[in-house]
Design a protein around this ligand. Sequence first.
Ligand SMILES: [Zn+2]
Ligand SMILES: [Zn+2]
Length: 807
Amino acid sequence: MIKQFLKRFFKLSLKISIIGLLSTVILFFVFNYFFPFKLDISYSQLILGRKGEIIYGFLSKDDKWRFQTELNEISPTLKETILYKEDRYFYYHFGVNPFAVGRAAAKNIWTGRRTSGASTITMQVVRLLNPKSRTYFNKIIEMFRAFQLEFNYSKEEILQLYLNLIPYGGNIEGVKSASLLYFGQEPEKLSLAQITALTIVPNRPTTLGFSTNSDKDYLITTQKIIKERNKWLARFKKDDLFKTETIKDALEEPLDINFRKMSREAPHFSFFLHSKYPNQNVLETTLDRTIQQKVEQITQNYTRRLDKLGIYNAAILVVDNQTKEIRAYIGSQDFYDSLHSGQVDGVQAYRSPGSTLKPLIYGMAFDEGFLTPKQKLLDVPIDYDGYTPENFDKNFNGEVSVEVALAYSLNVPAVNTLKELSVFKMVQKLSDAGFSQIEADKHKLGLSLSLGGCGVSLEEMVGLFSAFSTKGIFKKPHYLKQNNTKTNKSSHSIAEDNFSFPLISEESAYMVSDILTKVERPDFPSDYQNSKNVPKISWKTGTSYGRRDAWSIGYNAHYTIGVWIGNFDGQSSKYLTGAQVATPLLFQLFGSVDYAATNESIKPPKTLKQRMVCSETGKVPSDFCTTLVNDFYIPTISQSDKCQHLKKIFVSNKEVKDKISYCSFCLPQDNSEYTTEYFPNIKPELTSYYLNRNLPIRSVPSHNPFCTHIFKDNNFPQITSLFENREYILDDDSTQLLLECRTASDISSVFWYVNDKFLKESKPNERVFFNPFKFIVNQGKNGKTKISCTDNKGRNTDIWIRLKRNF
Ligand SMILES: [Zn+2]
Ligand SMILES: [Zn+2]
């Protein structure tokens, strides 16, 4: 009977247990589904330098020092100490330790008081994540959450969470924060004594924390901590947790605990990365703290004297050319100068580049083959549909070589070269290299691009120049270490642009660099090339329109350094020029950052050849070319057309008063009546330049008046849109006049001049519009204006018109 009853009872209770267990499990899954465990912890961010130094620490979104301790930062000692102190059965329970709960419950009933101690690390994490008042109901919720935590996360992750959340007084949370702020060290480097001290504070964070303590409190607090620390060390010894020697050392170790301020270096750099990668706990960057500090120091000293010139902002970027890693980054020399917008980041700001894009224009022209360094370019007044660029010194030089044009940063040759190259190609190249403002404005940009009519950032420019130093291969400068050990551990993976492409050829890059080393250096006024110990630097200056931006960007094999100086509010200063203001700083920086650089210059690539060219034009010499110079060229790419600097003309031989010239049709039968002479073959644009300056030109004698063959009247260009001596009324200052002409059928182009100033080259049947207003201004009241049309065979027609303003 009893036996049967027992059997039934046993069966029933088994049933009940199974049902109970099953429903608990089902209930757990139901609750787990409807109340999922969400981890939404905001961590502080650490910006590390390339050697792992802390550059900047950012508070978490809820203003806490809560750095995430990575698993590899939890040393075995730290782990053992924590587990020994807080939860010895951590690896054996499911979030709740039933024995400890039972013991605590019994104790509570026995003493009539509520004491804790039953809390596992898991339970503590639950409470730290969501603090609740201590009621039995909340305790049940917390137990459910603890199970849930154990169900969803591994033991290691739970331990990590615990270490990240334990309070250390004030706004300091987690072992890593405490380790950094109290000991100035990463947690994996802590000694046993330090670890033990750190495990004590969380029990009484308000009395043992340091964040707000005065000196007097400091001593008392340290005494308390040492006493407590040694008590625990003694327990470790008793339980054989560590070697006796280790514990002995720890007992003797002085306590160097103190609240340290979090590092706040390279603020623009740090803020830039912080806003770019807000969810990374650690960013291992390429910044070189030593170089950064040097650059900051030099820039601050240098810019101090610019204040009285009305110049308040400077930005610097240093890139290692071989690795393309950022080494120093200064957005503005004083981040805390709020009066002059010190927080604006000048490395990222879009500004006008002035002339700093010219090296790319010529580099691309070398690659297109239409230029070589010694080739001559026109430097005369031009007008491209109203766009009339002038040189910085307002002078024109007639004809200059590419070398001179680039070294002296002449504007007209650069604009002409860009015109030949096409704005489209240039814009495309810059877009490829990540120039984002240029990409955005690509349909609006014109020839003024060559003189700074666009927006670029210092970062973009430094990347561009760095490509010249690495055989023309462009790669975007990067901020983060490629083989980062800590950054990738976080759940959010980050990747920087890592593409590379040939910006220009190696040959062109060498030619551009070679030209850019030839400018007179500000720190070595004369023949620096001869002094062997001076490192070779290629550099280019830039000054934006209206003197608002001064640039100087330089490079050698090791570094590219970019300097921008100006005012963030756009205020101009007459002292703001690249050469005067930015270049001296550039050279100071080079002297400091790359002081050990040798004079070893970059060798020209084997594929770059040299040839003799005519010094007059820079082209392959003809028989009549006598002065030759050495020039670089790229075989099969560079043009090889022959020099035409002279033209062969038959002229009369007789000692007549007025010499005449012959064409092949009227050439006398008797060859004693004529001789062959060479005359300068001057481009029409240059003719007017020489005439305007009263420079002598050896011109061809007038043609044989008895020649009947081609120089008939109707072969001269005939202006058909305007008439001799007629008056034209200008309604306002934008009235346009039409230029049109009729030419012989063998003419391929005509050149228009207004008052002997070259206006435009056009096709013979092309309609050209021009605004005569500026000419009338120049002409005074009578408004007499000379219009000339010259065809490509040199035949010219002039007419005079009168312009009258009606406004
Ligand atoms: Zn020649
Ligand atoms: Zn003739």
